[in-house]
Design a protein around this ligand. Structure first.
Ligand code: FAD
Length: 426
């Protein structure tokens, strides 16, 4: 059974252990830290590393998981172009030198008292807190979806353990119907719903069976993605592979027994039933429930995201609270690509405030999504928080299908992530 955050809770959220200072001794959980970072994912580790590089002495990261996952590779695992082992490393190996790792889960933040409550019962106090625990996967919001993932015919690249199952299902198929789905609402890397589909199509084409497989892509948006220029490239590939694209549509229920999904077209109000042989689903997502229950989200923000200034990433009401990454209430597309810019701005601003200054660095809303449109090419979408094109190098049209962007994304980027981004150097 999948859980809200993916793999079984017992394997990802172990019994809390004593805090470990990286390269040092175990420390008491009831402690004050100059900066407490909640979450040691892409955001938390790269930010903590940057703060240490900027000379901040006392940084603690609260992170329950003993392993660090590089999620962009999940798409490649599900599409058969990466091994599962490439996407995981021990958390201890990525924890920056001199940072205190508290292997525990945050269960509450009281911003008025500057305290963080931990699942173990300990409490931390902080000078500043950076809240970045990522998103939770809300499997239960679609009736039958969790059961379908447990069945032999359903999978999702949004769970590390299921990514290999995705490729086993897709590569084993020689005929039938495959349904790929994306939910409405906030998701991390919205394009990741489509990536395994294109990778599999190219594989089936090589195997000579593509024309025996019916492919349906269900997206809630009026167009395939929403960025001008990128939509045209994706539509070209969709036509090339013979994919049925259902826009303005969403899966409202799944029946794993009869292998059917219910699809609601919000433009027409019509709902119809679709039989599948393989289902690849992206679950609805939101901020973690415990975060929703704090005073950190904006009133009326049902997603539960931390109410920060979208440029400085400082909390609007609590000046010693900050947030970045998937849990931040910013308008950009949630992705690691956005984080590279966010980490730089937040670290500079927090350092300035610690020195008695004011935050001057600004995050510009940039995000990106590499669409793996074949097994050797990528359409690289770069855009702002209104989905307007925002190319890093305007003269090079990376939003066109290219092999060079595949090399960048598949071959070079994992190394950049482990060796530069997580070390606060990119
Ligand atoms: C299938 C897939 C494909 C993707 N592809 C791309 C891509 O190609 N390009 C791209 O830029 N982005 C991609 N992304 C998105 C990218 O991985 C995320 O945007 C990024 O990881 C967000 O970083 P984060 O630190 O906010 O969250 P995460 O990296 O998810 O980290 C959150 C951390 O918080 C920890 N945590 C959870 N609860 C608690 C708690 N209560 N207390 C303390 N810690 C807690 C978790 O264990 C985790 O380590 C993809 C994501 C997926 C799932």
């Amino acid at each position: 059974m999948v859980t809200e955050s993916g793999p079984p809770r017992s394997s990802t959220l172990p019994v809390p252990l004593p805090a470990i200072a990286a390269g040092g001794a175990a420390v008491d959980g009831n402690k004050h830290h100059e900066v407490v970072v909640i979450g040691g994912g892409n955001a938390g580790i790269s930010l903590a590393a940057r703060l240490r590089r900027y000379g901040v002495r006392d940084v603690a990261v609260v992170e329950p998981s003993g392993r660090h996952l590089f999620q962009p590779l999940f798409s490649h695992i599900g599409g058969g172009t990466a091994e599962a082992s490439e996407a995981v490393r021990p958390q201890a190996s990525v924890m920056p030198q001199g940072v205190t790792w508290i292997q525990d889960s945050a269960v509450d933040v009281k911003p008025a008292a500057s305290t963080v409550a931990l699942a173990s019962g300990s409490q931390l106090t902080y000078g500043h807190v950076v809240v970045c625990p990522g998103l939770q996967l809300d499997w239960d919001k679609v009736p039958g979806l969790a059961e379908a993932m447990d069945s032999p015919h359903g999978s999702s690249n949004y769970v590390y353990e299921l990514a290999s199952k995705t490729w086993a299902l897709l590569s084993g198929l020689r005929s039938g119907t495959v349904v790929f789905t994306m939910p409405s609402g906030p998701v991390k890397c919205g394009g990741a719903a489509q990536k395994p589909m294109y990778l599999a199509c190219d594989y089936w084409r090589q195997q000579g069976v593509l024309n025996q497989i019916r492919l349906v892509m269900v997206v809630p948006t009026p167009t395939v993605y929403g960025v001008p220029g990128v939509d045209e490239e994706l539509n070209r590939k969709i036509a090339e592979y013979g994919i049925e694209l259902r826009c303005n549509s969403e899966v409202t229920a799944v029946d794993a027994g009869t292998r059917t999904v219910q699809v609601l077209d919000s433009a027409t109000g019509r709902s119809d039933s679709l039989a599948y042989d393989v289902l690849h689903a992206v679950p609805p997502q939101s901020a973690p429930d415990w975060l929703k229950a704090t005073d950190l989200p904006a009133a009326g923000d049902h997603g539960g995201f931390v109410e920060v200034n979208a440029e400085t990433l400082r909390h609007v009401r609590y000046p010693n609270v900050w947030s970045l990454g998937d849990a931040a209430g910013t308008k950009n597309s949630k992705a690691g690509a956005a984080l590279r810019k966010q980490t730089s701005a937040l670290a500079k601003n927090l350092k300035a405030v610690l020195n008695g200054g004011t935050p001057k660095a600004k995050y510009n809303g940039y995000s990106a999504c590499p669409f793996t449109v074949s097994r050797s090419t990528v359409v690289f979408a770069e855009f702002d928080d209104q989905y307007r094109p925002m190319p890093t190098i305007p003269k090079v049209k990376v939003s066109k299908e290219r092999h060079s962007t595949w090399i960048l994304e598949r071959d070079l980027f994992p190394g950049i992530y482990w060796n530069l981004i997580l070390k606060g150097r990119a």
